[in-house]
Structures are given as structure tokens and as C-alpha cells.
Design a protein. Structure first.
Length: 115
């Protein structure tokens, strides 16, 4: 595998840091999984917890500032962030019949990014 550009490495680090901070502060989770996959030209990152899910839609008391900053940081590199409440349970992270959890999914390009 090629060396990861420094700006991508620091972005991944900050995204994971923010996601794990959110799990500790808000999720009341018993489990969190961080997955990083690199393919030629692309990096995918996913942080999934089994906590209580995200804030209610329309909440305007400052909620989501960390998620917004995460999205802005990733967008500067041409990447995308998807976040949201998911159903967790015995059928897997996106299965049904479980409790609410939260997922942060990031896709970053590795080509065209300055090392």
C-alpha cells in the first residue's frame, strides 16, 4: 500500500477522535467499532456504536457542531460524511429489532491530495 498523505491521515485521526468523543459524551453505548478500509484511490472510515442514536431532527441548541466540523474538514479534501441513527441488533449494525445506535461513515479520495 502507498503511504497515506499526511493531510488525509490527520483528517482521519480528527474524525475518529470526534466520533469517539461523541460516543463517550452522548451515546451511552456499550460497544463501538471503528473500521478503516483503503482501496486504490479511496479510503473509507466507519464508526458505529450501539448507543441511543443521534439528536432529534430539528434540534437547535448547538447540537451537531462537532459533526458539522467533521463534515467541513472532510469536504476540504473532496470527501463525504454520512451520519445518522441506525438500528443495531443480532442481525448486524443495520439490522432490525435492536436498539438505536449511531453511525459515522466517511469516504475520502487518496488521489489528487497533496502528500
Amino acid at each position: 500500500m502507498e503511504t497515506l498523505p499526511a493531510v488525509v491521515g490527520s483528517t482521519v485521526y480528527r474524525v475518529v477522535q470526534e466520533a469517539l468523543t461523541n460516543v463517550l459524551r452522548h451515546a451511552d453505548a456499550t460497544r463501538v467499532t471503528v473500521t478503516v478500509r483503503a482501496t486504490p484511490g479511496r479510503l473509507a472510515l466507519e464508526v458505529v456504536d450501539d448507543g441511543r442514536g443521534g439528536p432529534p431532527a430539528g434540534r437547535r441548541d448547538g447540537a451537531g457542531q462537532g459533526l458539522r466540523g467533521m463534515a467541513e474538514r472532510v469536504a476540504l479534501l473532496g470527501g463525504t460524511v454520512e451520519t445518522g441513527t441506525i438500528q443495531t441488533g443480532s442481525t448486524g449494525a443495520t439490522g432490525t429489532g435492536g436498539t438505536a445506535g449511531f453511525r459515522v461513515s466517511v469516504h475520502l479520495p487518496l488521489t489528487g491530495v497533496a502528500a
